[in-house]
Design a protein around this ligand. Structure first.
Ligand code: TXA
Ligand code: MG
Length: 316
């Protein structure tokens, strides 16, 4: 436990400088990205990275994303390729993570990659994250800042509700704009979608001018973190509901009668931004959750992926 509890820092120059300083000391700082809040630690410092796993209670076979300030910074750690260049040019900074072969002499803690020969890297777009990464001037390993298996955080309050007293600080810059984690594309072999997320598959395929392979459901080697039950509220979640039954609260999409609507006008981008906050607040009701059906094109693919995991039988 952190003796005086977790500090809340504001995302002004002084707060960001303090956050960078805490990272340099090997301490853990949650910070906003455009997708979700990340739980950051120095990716070259084994103790800091071990601390991330411990704070989250995360299974240690699950590797982490290294966040860096620029394409040039990413190239220090991974073997670059034409496909990486094309995707980085189109979507970085932004909600896309690339998995590439590690470069010799990369200096990452092996806990970041969980012993794999590849590294997941991302240049986030959030202004406070960008300033933090350039001030820190090194790779920051950061999973979503929630206890393992629980709902991802899109506000500093969500972070504190799960991790207060377990991390040094949270840098608070309000709600995240995209609201869903990054899309993860594997480029170590044939281009493969490892996790749907904040950049739609259709956009990625348009840039690469090829279709992505999809990792097989349950293929834990491809996307080691994609445990089936994840993003899970305490109460059961029922999908494709047409109405609430019994005690359920109904989460809706589009013009439906419900307790909470992800986007009354049926906009998938708005629904993605609202998804985790909606699950957090329905979870707080203590009642079972039913969700109406959501289209599966564009960001709908990532929304439905998260909802399926929230509804899956729990790991333990
Ligand atoms: O938007 C995001 O990606 C957020 C923010 C904080 O950047 N981060 C995030 O991290 O979602 P996390 O740890 O919750 O999810 C990272 C995913 C996991 O499923 C992990 O298994 C996968 O990335 N991953 C990491 N390194 C990998 C690798 N070398 N090969 C395949 N998958 C990898
Ligand atoms: Mg996560």
């Amino acid at each position: 436990m952190i003796p005086n509890g977790t500090l809340t820092l504001s995302a002004d120059p002084a707060g960001i400088a303090q956050a960078a300083d805490l990272l340099r000391q090997g301490l853990l700082v949650a910070f906003p990205t455009e997708t979700v809040y990340g739980l950051g630690g120095d990716a070259r410092n084994g103790e800091a990275v071990a601390g991330i796993y411990a704070a989250k209670g995360r299974p240690s076979f699950n590797p982490l994303i290294a966040h860096v300030a620029s394409v040039e910074a990413a190239q220090r750690f991974v073997m670059w390729s034409d496909q990486a260049e094309a995707l980085a040019a189109a979507f970085w900074p932004g909600p896309l993570t690339l998995v590439l072969p590690l470069r010799p002499g990369h200096g990452m803690s092996s806990l970041v990659t969980a012993g794999l020969e590849t590294l997941a890297v991302r240049v986030p777009a959030h202004p406070a994250a960008r300033v933090l990464l350039s001030e820190f001037d090194g790779p920051v390993a950061a999973p979503s800042a929630n206890p393992s298996g629980q709902i991802s955080p899109t506000t500093a309050a969500h972070v504190l509700s799960g991790l207060n007293g377990r991390i040094a600080a949270v840098l608070d810059d309000g709600p995240c704009g995209v609201g869903l984690e990054s899309t993860i594309v594997g480029l170590a072999g044939e281009p493969t979608l490892l996790r749907p997320g904040g950049v739609a598959l259709e956009q990625i395929e348009a840039v690469l001018k090829t279709q992505l392979h999809h990792h097989l459901p349950g293929d834990v080697l491809n996307a080691p973190g994609q445990l089936q039950s994840h993003y899970a509220p305490d109460a059961p979640v029922r999908l494709n509901a047409s109405a609430a039954q019994g005690d359920e609260v109904l989460l809706g999409f589009g013009p439906v009668d419900c307790d909470l609507n992800l986007s009354a006008k049926g906009n998938l981008t708005e629904a993605a931004a609202n998804l985790f906050a909606a699950l957090h607040s329905l979870n707080d009701t203590g009642r079972p959750i039913a969700v109406t059906s959501i289209p599966s094109h564009g960001l709908g693919a990532a929304i439905n992926d998260r909802l399926r995991r929230a509804a899956a039988p729990r790991n333990s």
